[in-house]
Write a protein that binds this ligand. Structure first.
Ligand code: RIB
Ligand code: CA
Length: 343
């Protein structure tokens, strides 16, 4: 199990700098990635060190522009943003405009950032942040919310970064459901090789991993009415942007409420006790015609029986989220984005 437990700031607006958890997000902003960035940028229990970008929901240059825009709205323009892989390791790039809109962030006509990203490639920015943390005796919670292309490249190119990683808590995969296909979740399906490499490298480097997959991803929601209250705050700040992102999803899918999506993975860093996990071997299917990109979560109680299991034990044994206190995460996201923590 990772060393994490719930952070002092999980339920209130406390959290001195000494107790703030260093985090880095890797994103494909993305409506719900934007919700996650707003939370990580504002919550007092977190110390957001950097945000790195990868192609996924949108082309990587749109992801960079969206990420800079969200950090501007959150008043966190000092957080470095870097451009990473523009396509998967083997698969051609494919985007999800049907979900996230033409610009990848809900086509909100929100004022675009005039800033440019850090000149380093995402892998180099991640390396520098993680090695600096290690040199300072700190460890960073790495929160990938997108295809794992940057993370796979990082771990295989600079394995020493493991000394600066407390845990990888990624949004991706699923035990029982799919969304990109009948059997695979989008982030994994987009780059299955990167996901397999990440799990393999994390096992080799003894980095604790938690999988925040579809089994919990859709549960924490925010209603149209709650979104309207956020929008009413106006001022082009986090609250208004967060409200508009939720409202866009409600409208796009004609639903009374929308998931906070990737933001749930950031909630799990802040309030781990709200998540129910099992420690399970996990593999990524690379070859299946209809199952490529599926996360194979081995829930057999006798898994790893070398004598009788032709596949043998999977290298990656990780914490798999099976259930979540959805209302707790929804409230955590709402109160943080609305600036109501501690009230
Ligand atoms: O399957 C959900 C994931 O795919 C989320 O990260 C969402 O942003 C999309 O990238
Ligand atoms: Ca995402």
């Amino acid at each position: 199990m990772p060393v994490d437990d719930s952070l002092p700031g999980a339920r209130a607006s406390t959290g001195s700098s000494s107790s703030r958890r260093p985090v880095v997000l890797d994103v494909d902003t993305g409506v719900d990635d934007a919700c996650a960035i707003l939370l990580a940028a504002a919550h007092p229990a977190l110390d957001l060190r950097a945000v790195t970008c990868v192609g996924g929901n949108a082309p990587v240059d749109d992801v960079v522009a969206n990420t800079l825009t969200v950090l501007d709205a959150a008043g966190r323009a000092e957080v470095p943003v870097a451009r990473g892989a523009d396509r998967p390791l083997l698969e051609p790039a494919a985007h999800a405009r049907h979900v996230h809109g033409e610009d990848g962030m809900g086509d909100l006509d929100w004022p675009r950032s005039s800033r440019v990203p850090d000149p380093r490639h995402a892998v180099e920015l991640l390396r520098d942040v993680l090695l600096s943390a290690a040199a300072a005796g700190e460890s960073v919670t790495l929160v990938p919310l997108a295809p794992l292309t940057n993370i796979a490249l990082l771990l295989r190119t600079y394995p020493l970064v493991a000394n600066g990683i407390r845990e990888i808590l990624f949004m991706g995969g699923a035990v029982a459901v799919g969304n990109a296909t009948a059997s695979a979740e989008f982030n994994i399906f987009h780059d299955p090789e990167a996901a397999a490499m990440t799990l393999d490298a994390a096992a080799e480097l003894a980095i604790p991993v938690t999988m925040y997959g579809l089994d919990v991803f859709y549960a924490p929601t925010v209603s149209r009415a709650e979104a309207a209250e956020l929008v009413a705050a106006g001022g082009r700040g986090s609250a208004e942007l967060g409200g508009r992102l939720i409202a866009f999803q409600c409208q796009r899918f004609d639903r009374p409420a929308a998931t906070i999506g990737d933001a749930g993975a950031v909630c799990a860093v802040i309030d781990r006790d709200a998540l129910t996990c099992e420690r399970r071997p996990v593999r990524v299917e690379l070859a299946g015609s209809w199952s490529r990109g599926r996360t194979i979560v081995d829930r057999r109680e006798w898994s790893g029986d070398r004598a009788h299991d032709p596949h043998g034990p999977a290298p990656g044994v990780i914490d798999v989220a099976l259930d979540v206190d959805a209302a707790r995460f929804s409230r955590l996201w709402l109160d943080t984005v609305a600036g109501r923590l501690g009230s």
